[in-house]
Design a protein around this ligand. Structure first.
Ligand code: ADP
Ligand code: MG
Length: 351
């Protein structure tokens, strides 16, 4: 599947800027981004419910840009289950097959098989109102995969469900995707969901792709300041007195001079990001930083640290022995983890 120069405008407003994405067959790709970042619009163009303002979409070698939705052979699941209320589970799931003119007996076999896959065996004659939210979403999933589409689109399919059911169904969807070997394009604004389910995540902001990468790469090596802030927690620090010399950028952070390995010279404004779990603090009488708060969180302690220049840092400290916490008011030194810090200039990485 491929987006080639695809964009979408509504009048003067650009909802999706030019997208170029290659999705491998069998891949689980998620679009992750805040509300209004263009995720649904992108999915709707793929499904055929929106027409791109420019560019083309391919499934395999077939150009589907102008093909009507019903002919695209793509399964879809939405946040609201959109089941037919007057039809039973069996009739709902069999609907796409009936539309395709499949004979009744063959249809019953296919429906039976797919209900078993999604864990709804025996509920054939129930109506949607007689099912829980999780069961209804399984029916929607069964209906989307019953005609064996090579591509399945899901737009926030679990966001109406409670946390336990959501994580259970995340596992189920992954299992079904692997069993059937289908390509899944998944939309979510929930970073944990995207991280646990995806082969790759496409992070979107304001209609643009910020970065497409495997979850671990996105977390460890964000290329973009938005990704660094959106995925997991990061301390973001504007850096002063930057000096670029021999592949290294030395910056001043609250009185400490820190040398960071970089690939190019910065343009202007420099922001450094550092994860709370990569920082450490140690009590020191001559320390220039100070603990302002400490919270016990089971496997780690969370410190709030006030730097000499008035900025604050969050620090996560793993608890590996029974050592006492550093108390509020104590002076500390901060150890800067130079190899795990990211540095951005005008929003883009220098690394
Ligand atoms: N039919 C439309 N007409 C005008 N603007 C639209 C339309 N559909 C979506 N938009 C705008 O496009 C942007 C992206 O929307 P959407 O793709 O739904 O975002 P997301 O799914 O990431 O929350 C939003 O600013 C939204 O208001
Ligand atoms: Mg949306």
């Amino acid at each position: 599947m491929r987006f080639a120069g695809v964009s979408k405008r509504y009048g003067d407003f650009v909802a999706v800027h030019t997208l170029d994405i290659d999705v491998e067959a069998g891949e689980f790709l998620s679009f992750l981004g805040p509300s209004g970042s263009g995720k649904t619009t992108t999915l709707m163009m793929l499904a055929g419910f929106e027409t791109p303002s420019s560019g083309d979409i391919f499934v395999g070698d077939t150009r589907i840009t102008d093909m009507p939705p019903a002919r695209r052979n793509i399964g879809m699941v939405f946040q609201s289950y959109a089941l037919f209320p007057h039809m039973t589970v069996e009739q709902n799931v069999g609907f796409p097959l009936r539309m395709r003119g499949m004979a009744k007996a063959e249809r019953a076999r296919a429906v039976g098989r797919v209900l078993e896959i999604v864990g709804l065996k025996g509920l054939n004659h129930r109506f949607p109102r007689q099912l829980s939210g999780g069961q209804q979403q399984r029916v929607a999933l069964a209906r989307a995969i019953v005609f064996e589409p090579p591509v399945l689109l899901m737009d926030e399919p679990l966001s109406a469900l409670d946390k336990y059911l959501r994580s259970h169904l995340q596992g189920e969807i992954k299992r079904i995707q692997r069993e059937l070997g289908i390509t899944v394009i998944y939309v979510t604004h929930d970073q944990d969901e995207a991280m646990t389910m995806s082969d790759r995540i496409c992070v979107m902001n304001e209609g643009r792709i910020c970065q497409i990468d495997a979850p671990e790469t996105l977390y460890r090596k964000p290329n973009d300041v938005f990704v660094a802030g959106f995925l997991g927690e990061s301390n973001m620090l504007a850096a002063q007195d930057a000096r670029f010399e021999g592949g290294s950028l030395s910056v001043s952070l609250a009185g400490d001079t820190v040398a960071l390995p970089v690939k190019r010279a910065p343009a202007s404004e420099i922001v450094v990001s550092v994860r709370p779990e990569h920082l450490s603090v140690s009590a020191a009488a001559d320390g220039t930083a100070c603990i302002t708060d400490v919270t016990y969180v089971g496997d780690h302690r969370r410190y709030e640290v006030l730097l000499a220049d008035g900025r604050k840092l969050a620090v996560k400290s793993q608890i590996v022995d029974d050592s006492a916490p550093i108390g509020p008011g104590e002076k500390v030194k901060v150890a800067w983890p130079t190899h795990q810090m990211r540095v951005f200039s005008d929003g883009a990485t220098l690394q």
